[in-house]
Design a protein around this ligand. Structure first.
Ligand code: ME8
Length: 516
């Protein structure tokens, strides 16, 4: 049913981040990507719900608080402030921010637990094995060498205690069937294949409660048990919609999620545990889980001990928020690992943003004001160059949409910048300064209107990635984003008959590599 409410709604989530430490660039990456998708879908007229939040329970957070000599709640309250600040700085347009220490969340966790119990998916037993506190994950004996995780080298702890178990082993076949029937369910394909081969080895039941610490949601009617932090955390995606509360309207409207964006490190929790839990509870599964890669810094893995962790505050202070957002999405195909280097950042900011895009706007507005004044009429096709420029603009929405719908941000941006470069070439081809000298005012008006139309349509496509800079560009163009829909308004001439421009001011400053 085209245009129905079900079609127009779009629910997107980020992981909820641990509050054991302050945010770093990896947290910023997932959240910026989610924000770009949310803004893009809103611009296409969809009814978007965008959720982020913090994961505040578990041993990792409890231990970190202990080390600092404060209560876990106090640590959570401190760190959550840093996250909120960062999202403001990064222009994140989330609709909700869930904290797992909120009552509304615990209500959702308990309701889900109740459903699992009713369906017979939970039983009590004893867990004996290894636990990785840093990942909050159980580790099979086969993956342990000298008390450490063979993959990551992280130290493990031996656990032996009474525990509730989830009958995960019963859901392997159903998961494989679902993944095979829905190729889009886990993306990109390499991660989908990774999960399929993991499932191929067979699943063990999952320990889902602990009795040796208290920082978490307690098991309904058995308060000695704290619910495993990953069960607690995954439930945020529905508890934030009011699941388990008196008013489940949002849950009814937005679940299942269209997209869980995550990093590749937490794929198994999202692509195996979460759907199995939902199946056991009889709830619908999310439509897509998309895992992105990891960033390194100048070729090195980021770590506190090396002191090379990228601080998103420092980075945006130095380069600017929109420049950083652009870089993160333009530099690396989403889904693959990527490397941050100042040289690459500077190149993108200076060559693509300041030179190619900034100059196109600046030249257009300056010439318009100097030669013809502030009023700009509609674009028109009079010559072959005009027709070619228009053809480039006409092709952009479909190319952009195709890439964005597949989360190929770098290709979507590449498509936009191809048009930007075509615009700059058009300036050289039409030489407005010559037209001015010749006194050909009619042709000059068309050429400058066509250029302004180029910048307007480019800007509409770039807005989800660089909202602040694009808003400033729109202001200088005298164009308002109010009520705009991409599909309708990113068309040649789909704008008010006259735009009144203002004096151009550079939107993108040139930057230099920091001195080390
Ligand atoms: O895992 N490059 O929280 P977390 C790219 N609370 N992304 C990175 C990264 C890097 N170097 N490092 C981290 C958790 N990330 C759980 C999630 S969800 C129900 C619970 C990103 O604070 C990436 O998105 O450890 C990863 O998935 C997330 O940070 C993990 O954040």
């Amino acid at each position: 049913m085209a245009g129905s409410e079900a079609d127009s709604r779009f629910y997107i989530t980020t992981p909820i981040y641990y509050v054991n430490d302050v945010p770093h660039i990896g947290h910023a990456y997932t959240t910026v990507a989610a924000d770009v998708v949310a803004r893009y879908q809103r611009l296409r007229g969809r009814d978007v719900y965008f959720l982020t939040g913090t994961d505040e329970h578990g041993l990792k957070v409890e231990r970190s608080a202990q080390r600092q000599g404060i209560a876990p709640q106090e640590l959570a309250d401190q760190v959550v402030g840093r996250y909120r600040e960062l999202w403001e700085r990064l222009e994140i347009s989330h609709d909700d921010f869930i904290r797992t220490t909120e009552d509304r969340h615990a209500a959702g966790v308990r309701k889900l637990w109740g459903l699992l119990e009713q369906s017979g998916a939970i039983y009590k037993g004893v867990y004996e094995g290894w636990y990785n506190v840093s990942d909050e994950a159980y580790v099979p004996d086969s993956q342990v060498v000298d008390g450490c995780d063979a993959e990551s080298g992280q130290p493990l702890e031996r656990v032996q205690e009474e525990s509730y178990f989830f009958r995960l082993s019963e859901y392997g076949d159903a998961l494989v069937e679902h993944i095979r029937a829905h190729p889009e369910f886990i993306q990109p394909d390499n991660f989908r294949n990774e999960i399929l081969s993991f499932l191929d080895q067979g699943l063990k039941d999952l320990s889902i409660s602990r009795t040796t610490f208290t920082w978490g949601v307690s098991v309904p009617d058995d308060p000695d048990h704290v619910i495993y932090v990953w069960i607690d955390a995954l439930t945020n995606y529905i508890s934030a919609l009011g699941y388990g509360s008196e008013n489940e309207d949002l849950y009814q409207r937005f679940w299942p999620a269209d997209l869980h964006l995550i990093g590749k490190d937490i794929l198994r929790f999202h692509a195996v545990y979460w759907p199995a839990l939902l199946m056991a509870a009889g709830l619908p599964l999310p439509r897509q889980i998309f895992a992105h890669g990891w960033w390194t810094k100048e070729g090195q893995k980021m770590s506190k001990s090396k002191g090379n962790v990228l601080d998103p505050f420092g980075l945006t202070d130095y380069y600017g928020t929109d420049q950083v957002r652009y870089f993160l999405l333009r530099e690396v195909p989403f889904g693959q690992d990527g490397d941050f280097s100042d040289a690459a950042m500077v190149r993108r900011a200076n060559e693509e943003l300041a030179n190619d895009l900034g100059n196109l706007l600046n030249r257009t507005l300056s010439m318009q004001r100097k030669y013809l004044g502030e009023e700009v009429g509609l674009p028109a096709v009079e010559t072959d160059e005009d027709a070619d420029l228009k053809a480039h603009l006409d092709g952009l929405p479909a190319a952009f949409e195709e890439h964005m719908d597949q989360l190929r941000f770098h290709r979507a941006l590449e498509a936009v910048f191809e048009v930007v470069r075509r615009g700059n070439l058009y300036v050289d081809e039409t030489a407005p300064w010559v037209l001015n000298k010749e006194g050909n005012r009619e042709r000059l008006a068309t050429v400058l209107a066509n250029l302004l139309e180029t910048v307007r349509i480019v800007d509409l496509h770039l807005w989800p990635v660089m909202p602040e800079a694009c808003n400033r560009m729109f202001m200088q163009m005298g164009y308002s984003l109010e009520g705009v829909e991409l599909d309708r308004d990113a068309q040649w001439g789909a704008r008010p008959a006259t735009l009144t421009i203002t004096k151009p001011k550079p939107v993108f400053q040139k930057v230099q590599e920091p001195e080390t």
